[in-house]
Design a protein around this ligand. Structure first.
Ligand SMILES: Nc1ncnc2c1ncn2[C@@H]1O[C@H](COP(=O)(O)OP(=O)(O)OP(=O)(O)O)[C@@H](O)[C@H]1O
Length: 557
């Protein structure tokens, strides 16, 4: 055992044995160490180190080492109960220390938040904000507005800490760092947290180059469990899921017994060691979500209704994407990508450029080299069926390969490429997935509508016409007949879900309104889909349809 650890053990147990050994105040103060003859006696009496006591020079060395270490640690009024060991990390307004609770002997992490910096623009965070303000001021040219914004910012930061505490207090889950206690002094807020000795997942990704699929799955499932708890049980959206905010408990690293021999084109990867399902690998055991500084409670946990005054919450607020659970789901995907690849999906040195890297527009998609540089794909200015294009592709292809294959492929009916040996007769995987997505979307849209209705803003509520028959999902435009904004689910052209009761196909479009249409309706919305009989899927047990059936009473689907 390293000397320093032995001393810590001594401090821990020695304190239990005799309170006078370690005074309960002045961390970093040399008086904390046994100096008086009585204390030295106590020190010597402690059995675990008795064998070493005879070697006084060794003890002195231990004490000197620890003193040196401890002298670097700051002292905080109100934290006398804790023995601060070392700094584990920091944030914009905080330092996080590893410490020992001398009452319980438990190791903890203490996040010390500087109130002063919440009130003065000294931090990096504030400097950035000042720069933004300067830009805003140039635009606004209104000083009083600038002052208001600044004040507001400080108030927001302060309330963020308290909000973080308020949210964390309610949480109890194996994938979430627990808040053990909260206190404050005139200058600081103290958050005593469950200690995650491994630190940030971020560093481990860097260390191991990237993670194997097994390890990535091990991590992401735990994070997802935490997110599910936050979203489904607590109505909380974290909003800052990233490898820096995912902390881990270390496990012993066991070097790979049969290291994979890398191929000539394989990227170098650090050995991540043996992986044990359920336990972990790469030194990573349990994973927990930390840092709730940007979290929001979006749902009332009791009523499971949107926060805010029900009935007065504007749809914009209810639907606000910044508060949406999908924000965390997006981040979850980014974390998984980062673990598997070793770099994030979106990155740029410049913050401004980075914020531009968001989802592709459809035109950017077509401009991507992976699409654009493929010579045999039809070009956007040439429809795939365009004869000129066909001729061009044909000419290129036949010049490099067998013209026979090309001809053969052209003549082979598409049907022949369908795999008939999977799933139930007549249903392809693609169709199955498309139906799944469509039904999922329908459920989401219905839930959204219900939410809006509950908050009193479902003005254009679910005006379901109880006509037995085809089901269409219309856009939010309610009664307006313009169908230009209706997005067809891919399925609509290729698949249908049969209503077993009426034997009518169910037609699906995306959008937030659900309306039953007369089978014979000539409305623009209900563009007929050729009835495709490629597959049938029983939706008798589908929640959405069952609910609807219940609501309408007369409709059988
Ligand atoms: N419970 C913990 N156990 C171990 N280390 C921790 C713990 N909590 C925080 N840390 C370390 O301290 C760092 C900063 O903590 P945290 O993110 O909570 O602070 P913050 O002030 O909110 O940071 P930021 O300004 O980056 O949001 C973490 O990234 C991590 O390295």
């Amino acid at each position: 055992m390293p000397m320093i650890e032995q001393l810590k053990n001594f401090i821990r147990h020695g304190k239990q044995a005799n309170k006078h050994v370690i005074p309960d105040n002045n961390y970093g103060n040399n008086d904390r160490y046994p100096k008086s003859p009585v204390e030295v006696e106590n020190f010597r009496a402690y059995p675990e180190i008795k064998s070493r006591v005879d070697n006084s020079s060794a003890i002195q060395q231990i004490v000197a080492e620890e003193r040196e270490q401890r002298n670097k640690m700051p002292t905080y009024p109100g934290l006398e109960r804790y023995l601060i060991l070392n700094k584990m990390g920091d944030g914009a307004f905080s330092n996080v220390y590893k410490a020992i609770d001398t009452l319980t002997q438990e190791k903890v992490a203490i996040k010390v938040v500087r109130k002063h910096e919440l009130n003065h623009s000294q931090s990096e965070h504030d400097k950035k904000f000042t720069a933004v303000l300067a830009r805003a001021r140039n635009v606004l040219k209104e000083k009083h507005l600038h002052r208001d914004m600044k004040k507001k910012h400080r108030a927001i930061e302060r309330s963020n800490i308290l909000k973080e505490v308020q949210i964390m207090r309610q949480l109890k889950h194996p994938s979430i760092v627990s808040l053990l206690s909260f206190s404050e002094s005139p200058d600081y807020y103290y958050l005593v947290l469950e200690l995650m000795e491994g630190g940030e997942l971020f560093h481990q990704i860097v260390k191991l180059t990237y993670f194997s699929e097994n390890l990535s799955r091990h991590v992401i499932v735990q994070v997802a469990e935490g997110i599910r708890y936050l979203h489904e049980e607590k109505g909380v959206v974290h909003r800052d899921i990233k490898p820096e905010n995912l902390l881990f408990e270390p496990i012993t690293f066991i070097p790979s017994k049969n290291p994979k021999v890398p191929g000539p084109n394989d990227e170098f990867k650090e050995d991540e060691g043996e992986f044990i399902p359920g336990l972990g690998g790469g030194g990573i055991g349990k994973i927990k979500i930390a840092d709730f500084g940007l979290s929001k409670i979006v749902w009332d946990e009791q009523t499971m209704t949107p926060c805010g005054t029900v009935g007065y919450t504007a749809p914009e607020i209810v639907k606000d994407e910044r508060y949406s659970k999908s924000v965390d789901m997006w981040a979850l995907g980014c974390v998984l990508y980062t673990m598997l690849c070793g770099f994030p999906p979106f990155y740029d040195e410049s913050i401004n450029d980075l914020t531009d890297k968001k989802r592709y527009t459809i035109n950017q998609f077509f401009e991507h080299p992976w699409i654009k540089d493929e010579p045999f794909l039809p070009k956007s200015n040439l429809a795939p069926t365009d004869n000129k294009n066909k001729a061009e592709v044909r000419q290129r292809y036949t010049s490099v390969d067998s013209p026979l294959i090309y001809e053969e492929m052209l003549q082979t009916p598409v049907e022949n490429f369908r795999r008939k040996d999977i799933l139930s007769p007549g249903i392809s995987l693609k169709e199955a997935l498309e139906v799944t997505y469509a039904v999922h979307r329908m459920e989401e849209e219905t839930a959204k509508k219900r939410k809006m209705k509950m908050s009193g803003h479902g003005g254009k509520s679910l005006a379901l016409n109880p006509f037995k028959g085809r089901l269409t999902l219309n856009d939010e435009g309610d009664d307006d007949e313009d169908t230009s904004s209706i997005h067809q689910v891919p399925i609509s052209e290729t698949a249908s879900v049969t209503n077993h009761a009426s034997n009518e196909p169910i037609k699906m479009k995306t959008g937030s309104k659900v309306t039953f249409m007369q089978p014979t309706s000539s409305s623009k919305r209900s563009k007929e889909i050729p009835r495709r009989m490629a597959f049938e899927l029983s939706l008798d047990g589908a929640t959405l349809l069952c609910r609807r059936k219940k609501a309408l009473g007369t409709v059988e689907v």
